[in-house]
Design a protein around this ligand. Structure first.
Ligand SMILES: [Zn+2]
Length: 149
């Protein structure tokens, strides 16, 4: 996560049932869900996210690069992970662990710029919509805006 100061104060603050997501996005997200994103080796999980990434690029007509900490591809995940989005070269970087929510958060930056509030709002509500069980499991562990997905 970047050192921005506009993170929402809590998860509850940004829960929003009125967010409009494109139908094509919901369709792709449900397909992604059917792949069981948390199942497999780190490299297999990364491949599933990459599958999703390619579709998001198409849906939003953007060419965004996605790169992983090589340790993930070598099969090593940490307890915590993170990522960042570099606007200048349109590049999402992910490290530490394969995290669906971190990935979606960085896509929130792709779509909404540097605002942490907007990135959290877009990604957390999407995550909740597609993965309600995972969301509820993670919610009680949340610290501020951070969900350990
Ligand atoms: Zn962020």
């Amino acid at each position: 996560m970047m050192q921005q100061q506009d993170y929402p104060g809590s998860i509850d603050e940004i829960l929003d049932d009125t967010v409009k997501y494109r139908k094509s996005l919901i369709k792709i997200m449900n397909r992604f869900k059917s792949f069981d994103p948390w199942d497999g080796t780190p490299a297999e999980k990364a491949a599933k996210l990459y599958w999703l990434h390619i579709r998001l690029c198409k849906i939003y007509d953007k060419k965004i690069y996605l790169s992983w900490d090589p340790a993930i591809i070598m099969g090593v995940e940490s307890k915590n992970g993170g990522g960042w989005y570099q606007h200048l070269d349109r590049h999402i970087h992910l490290y530490g662990k394969v995290s669906v929510l971190t990935f979606l958060h960085e896509w929130g930056h792709v779509l909404y710029g540097s605002s942490e509030y907007a990135a959290c709002w877009w990604s957390i509500n999407l995550f909740r919509k597609i993965f309600p069980k995972n969301f509820n499991k993670l919610r009680h562990r949340a610290q501020g805006h951070l969900l350990a997905a």
